[in-house]
Design a protein around this ligand. Structure first.
Ligand SMILES: *Cc1c(COP(=O)(O)O)cnc(C)c1O
Ligand SMILES: *[C@@H]1O[C@H](CO)[C@@H](O)[C@H](O)[C@H]1NC(C)=O
Length: 375
């Protein structure tokens, strides 16, 4: 419930400074309350999937002319106005992030390595020539928006509150130049624990023609057009019954890079390998964490080129990402040849899954300082 004292103080604030924009946001605010009260009352946390569920608040902060950010504010979740001349619409000048808020068994809420997301956004902003909030502002904003939407964090074990920070060129330009103003926006959406709501393992199609990213390009930053270039090939693969596509390097079409939205690992004996982050691989935070946890488990974790040949010869294969967590890969298909891998309870993939989700959800003690408690 939005406490009624919030509504009262909001009303008092509005009446003091009424202007058309304020009145419009007031209307949005009441519509949001009415719609969300009903939505919330009817929430069945056991049937949570990956659907759009608008939560109560979003966070917005705009850049100043000197490239700093200030006056970030919580607003009722709703549509935003966007200038047709904005660089995000015309040139794709934009970045996204993906994080989750986890509910512990004691009802408290926590984040996983938020400073890593803040730093990654700053790195991407440098590449796309945008100003970005500093790490402190970023984490503070995430905490604020999660706190305001706390009732939407699913109960422990049922799911998580997905957090989607965006940074985009919102200021208008006519010529070919970066935006004079950028907007930092965060919205949230509750999602289930399992990607697509099931636990079946991935069967991947190795695409040997269309690479995901090119050397010198922007495959290493989380830009907003990361996914639309792969929609077509993923759709075709899904129509053939595959869960997703594993892309190869753009130069030799010989080394595995990553799946459309997650990083890929192979396990062979006591060695766990994944492609190095040299510009065409998205430096996943789950990836980075798994490399560290694998070493703790006594495995040798290597960031190195992994050929398709080695992939086909692996014991286990798995994917990592905030949305999927860790997904075991049951099979891959390359040029009409299908290979099966070990899956199930007795795998290193499952051990790593237990470790990382245990830390994220507060079931295991966080000895690495990865967890940030919101309350
Ligand atoms: C976001 C993303 C990942 C996963 O990164 P995490 O930080 O682990 O969520 C992997 N690949 C691509 C292309 C991505 O956009
Ligand atoms: C984003 O990254 C993808 C993958 O490398 C690339 O195809 C696309 O052109 C990039 N877009 C921008 C705006 O950088």
């Amino acid at each position: 419930m939005i406490p009624s004292r919030n509504i009262t103080s909001y009303l008092i604030l509005q009446s003091k400074q009424s202007n058309p924009t304020k009145i419009k946001s007031l209307l949005i605010f009441f519509t949001r309350i009415l719609v969300n009260e009903e939505l919330y009352a009817n929430m069945d946390w056991d049937k949570l999937g990956f659907d759009v569920i608008p939560t109560d608040y979003m966070y917005i902060m705009k850049s100043n002319s000197d490239g700093t950010f200030s006056n970030g504010t919580l607003l009722p979740f709703g549509t935003i106005d966007i200038n047709p001349h904005s660089t995000v619409l015309n040139y794709g000048q934009g970045l996204f992030e993906g994080m989750k808020a986890y509910k512990r068994e004691d009802g408290g809420v926590q984040l996983f390595r938020p400073e890593e997301n803040a730093l990654r956004m700053r790195m991407g902003a440098e590449r796309l020539l945008m100003p970005a909030p500093n790490v402190e502002q970023y984490i503070d904003a995430v905490k604020h928006v999660v706190h305001a939407n706390k009732r939407w964090v699913p109960p422990h074990g049922k799911g998580t509150l997905y957090i989607r920070p965006l940074l985009f060129g919102s200021g208008p330009v006519m010529g070919l130049s970066p935006a004079p103003q950028c907007t930092f926006l965060i919205y949230t959406n509750p999602i289930s624990n399992n990607y697509k709501g099931d636990t079946t393992s991935f069967n991947l199609l190795v695409d040997d023609k269309l690479p995901r990213a090119y050397p010198g390009g922007t495959g290493g930053v989380k830009n907003i057009s990361n996914y639309s270039p792969v929609f077509q090939v993923v759709k075709e693969a899904k129509a053939k019954g595959f869960s997703d596509v594993l892309f190869l390097d753009a130069v030799e079409h010989k080394y595995i890079e990553e799946v459309s939205s997650c990083n890929a690992f192979i396990v062979k004996g006591k060695v766990i390998s994944t492609a190095p982050t040299l510009g065409t691989i998205l430096p996943g935070i789950t990836r980075k964490s798994i490399i560290e946890l694998a070493s703790d488990l006594g495995y040798k974790a290597k960031e190195r080129k992994v050929s398709v040949k080695e992939l086909l010869d692996a014991d286990e294969v798995f994917c990592t990402g905030t949305a999927v967590g860790i997904s075991e890969v049951g099979s891959v298909t390359y040029k009409d040849k299908s290979v099966q891998f070990k899956t199930g309870a007795d795998t290193v993939t499952k051990k790593l899954y237990g470790l990382i989700t245990g830390i994220q959800t507060g079931l295991l003690e966080d000895t690495k300082g990865w967890v940030v408690k919101i309350d």
